[in-house]
Unconditional design. Structure first.
Lengths: 388, 332
């Protein structure tokens, strides 16, 4: 039986032409991965970190709002409303007397408590104050030179709209937070670019040349890192003359933040360079007469740039917190410039926390932005090494 | 071991010298000096100023000397424990600082202990239960702690503490102890007040430390010897404590050095908000009124504290890990 079955089975030959390289052929998916550029690989890897993508989008949105602060804020920066000093946040409603009217707020009913001399605000539920959209409101100068009065949303004429309450001069906290974002968010970026430049140049020199340059740089880094940062900031901030204009102070603060922050980056650059400078391609470049600047800038640094950017992202929060802390103490930015730290300066007193808790609301964006930068930075760091 | 100790202690010298130069430059940089603002103050108060007196004061305090001479005067004073003279308090800096530095050290010490007590168990839990809900939750809380500005946490904690426990707001001791010498009753009072600043200052450090404990322990746990131990039937807890945990301790101690500047700076800002009698508020005041020797000596002492802290952590590390003392360097 078995013998017959064997002989019945014909020798099978596949009709298709034989391809000797068939094993080495890649499926389209594999091919896409193998041929992808490094940037593409990084992007794919980054995309897998869902939280980082969300945080990145959130940050992008925040930075986008800083471009349109004037339009997004319902009031102008310095609009005072003496009728609504320390007015609490108004609740946003949709239905008035069971009827849908769209987003609106109730006016305040205020009375003076004669015992504490404190104004007490209650919502006046008689009439709904509809929020106007795409409307004309307070005048402002867009980015300081285009006059306009267009807002995304604004209050009814002569009526209040304080979604996050008002401060001691009756200024809208929400509007001021929009303006504050512009300063607080950019200070981190400018500061980081200063520290980035310093870190690459100094760390690059130390790592490439080694020897006594390295020794000196190492000691300096050690000294700066051994000084407690906040006293150091305080000392540097007190150097700035009181007569400086707010803009100068702003740049002064960013430079201070950058001047102290570069040490970590310089260390990273140095240790990488110490390893990389022994590579053959560096020797080749040197033999062909490339200058040290060219070797560092063109051949060495780009090799780990993505790592640097990732680690820089993680230090931006420190800068934002630093500015907030300095301004909170009154040593950083001063009004009329508004940053989140300057806003929080109003809440320095514990009575404020007890009586007008909405004045500490500017801390919410601070926390959110810092969290987002942390997650985003984590994602970037993972993506910076797409082969790992 | 001894040679390592000597070598390590010797490394402190250039660091401290550089620091003192840096600090001196910092306090010299602001335009004008204390006498100028003093004179301006007198004039604005309507008092007459005798130019002779100013010249006398200038000579007395050495304002007419060249910068480097003043530096040497100050720096050589530091060596023998003479920190100069506070213009504002009309007292030697030593007398002004007195208790304040002690308080700073107490707060810092307890903050480190607090950080460890909290960070150890949480870090171990997070590492052994990686990607569990507990891990995610704790990580999130930790990040929240990192992201909240210290001073705000201080404000809120003060408010809550006063509301719920009736602890008097601000300060490190009850009012009746303020000018008393240090005794047991005062010490207890300090402990009663200490917990708020310690929690506030410790939070961000704890959060950072938990993350690092977790990462280090995870690295250790992935190594084959852990699998071997488990395969041989070593109980889970013992298998964790005996080797992987001890290995991750290394970094823990190396970290003290890095932690100290952070804690001290956190302490300064919290101290200002909570009006603690530590160095923070005095330092700011000194900086603002250009009371340069007071400010400079403060900065110098703070950095001296951190340098000592780093030294202690290095020595502890060398005792713990023979590889380090044989190599002679500390890798952080």
């Amino acid at each position: 039986m078995t013998k017959r079955a064997q002989s019945d089975m014909k020798h099978y030959v596949c009709d298709e032409p034989f391809d000797a390289q068939s094993i080495e052929k890649l499926t389209p998916e594999q091919e896409a991965v193998f041929l992808a550029s490094q940037k593409k690989l990084m992007w794919w890897k980054f995309k897998r970190h869902k939280l980082a993508v969300i945080c990145g989008a959130f940050l992008a949105l925040m930075y986008l709002t800083t471009i349109f602060s004037e339009i997004l804020a319902p009031y102008a920066l310095e609009t005072r409303n003496s009728k609504y000093i320390y007015a609490p946040p108004q609740a946003l409603h949709l239905f008035h007397n069971g009827e849908f009217v769209g987003p609106f707020v109730y006016d305040y009913k205020s009375e003076l408590d004669l015992n504490t001399l404190k104004r007490i605000y209650k919502p006046n539920t008689d009439k709904a104050l509809k929020i106007r959209f795409f409307c004309r409101g307070d005048n402002y100068e867009f980015w300081g030179f285009i006059k306009s009065d267009f807002h995304l949303f604004c209050p009814q004429k002569k009526k209040p709209l304080f979604l996050l309450g008002a401060d001691r001069l009756g200024r809208d906290v929400l509007s001021r937070m929009f303006y504050g974002a512009r300063i607080s968010l950019t200070i981190g970026l400018i500061g980081i670019s200063i520290s980035f430049t310093l870190g690459i140049i100094i760390g690059g020199l130390a790592g490439y040349y080694g020897g006594w340059i390295d020794l000196v740089v190492q000691r300096i880094i050690e000294v700066i890192q051994s000084l407690p940062t906040i006293p150091l900031w305080l000392a540097l901030a007190s150097i700035m003359p009181v007569t400086w204009s707010p803009i100068l102070v702003y740049f002064g603060i960013t430079i201070i933040l950058g001047l102290i922050d570069w040490t970590g980056l310089a260390r990273a650059v140095r240790s990488k360079l110490l390893a990389l400078r022994e590579e053959d391609y560096v020797l080749a470049a040197r033999l062909m007469g490339a200058s040290p600047g060219r070797i560092i800038g063109l051949h060495l640094v780009p090799g780990f740039m993505s790592h640097l950017i990732a680690s820089a992202t993680i230090t931006i929060p420190t800068m934002i917190l630093g500015e907030t802390a300095l301004s909170f103490l009154g040593l950083g930015l001063r009004p009329p410039i508004v940053s989140w730290g300057v806003l929080l300066n109003e809440a320095q007193n514990i009575n404020v926390v007890a009586l007008y808790p909405w004045l500490i609301l500017p801390v919410v964006p601070v926390i959110l932005v810092i969290l987002a930068f942390n997650f985003f930075g984590d994602g970037l760091r993972d993506a910076a090494d797409p082969y790992g | 071991m001894l040679s390592y100790l000597i070598k390590r202690a010797f490394y402190m010298v250039p660091t401290l010298v550089l620091t003192s130069i840096l600090v001196f430059i910092l306090i010299e940089l602001p335009p004008g000096d204390y006498l100028e603002s003093y004179v301006a103050e007198l004039l604005s108060a309507g008092e007459t100023v005798d130019p002779k007196e100013i010249i006398y004061l200038r000579e007395e305090y050495g304002f007419d000397l060249p910068v480097w001479e003043r530096y040497f005067k100050w720096a050589s004073g530091l060596l023998v424990g003479d920190f100069g003279y506070s213009f504002e308090y009309q007292l030697p800096v030593n007398d002004v600082i007195g208790d304040r530095l002690l308080f700073t050290i107490i707060v810092t010490f307890f903050t480190i202990i607090f950080t460890w007590i909290i960070a150890f168990p949480i870090g171990i839990y997070s590492a052994t239960h990686q990607y569990s809900w507990g891990d995610y939750g704790l990580t999130f809380f930790g990040l929240l702690g990192l992201a909240t500005p210290n001073f705000l946490l201080a404000l809120i904690m003060m408010y809550l503490a006063n509301r719920w426990f009736g602890t008097s707001i601000g300060g490190l001791v009850d009012p009746e102890f303020v000018d008393q010498p240090f005794g047991w009753a005062k010490f207890v009072s300090v402990l009663e007040h200490l917990w708020i600043p310690v929690i506030v200052i410790g939070t961000s450090g704890t959060a950072a430390m938990v993350r690092r404990v977790r990462a280090n322990l995870l690295d250790e746990l992935r190594k084959p010897y852990v699998t071997t131990a488990r395969a041989k039937g070593v109980p889970e807890f013992r298998g964790l404590m005996k080797y992987p945990f001890r290995m991750s301790l290394n970094f823990f101690i190396a970290d003290i050095g890095g932690m100290l500047p952070q804690i001290i700076s956190g302490a300064e800002i919290v101290a200002i908000v909570m009006s603690l009698e530590t160095t923070g508020p005095l330092l700011i005041q000194a900086l603002q009124s250009q009371d340069m020797y007071l400010a400079g000596s403060f900065l110098m002492m703070l950095s001296f504290l951190t340098v000592i802290g780093v030294l202690i952590s290095d020595i502890a590390l060398a005792i713990l890990d023979p590889r380090i003392r044989l190599q002679g360097g500390v890798s952080r």
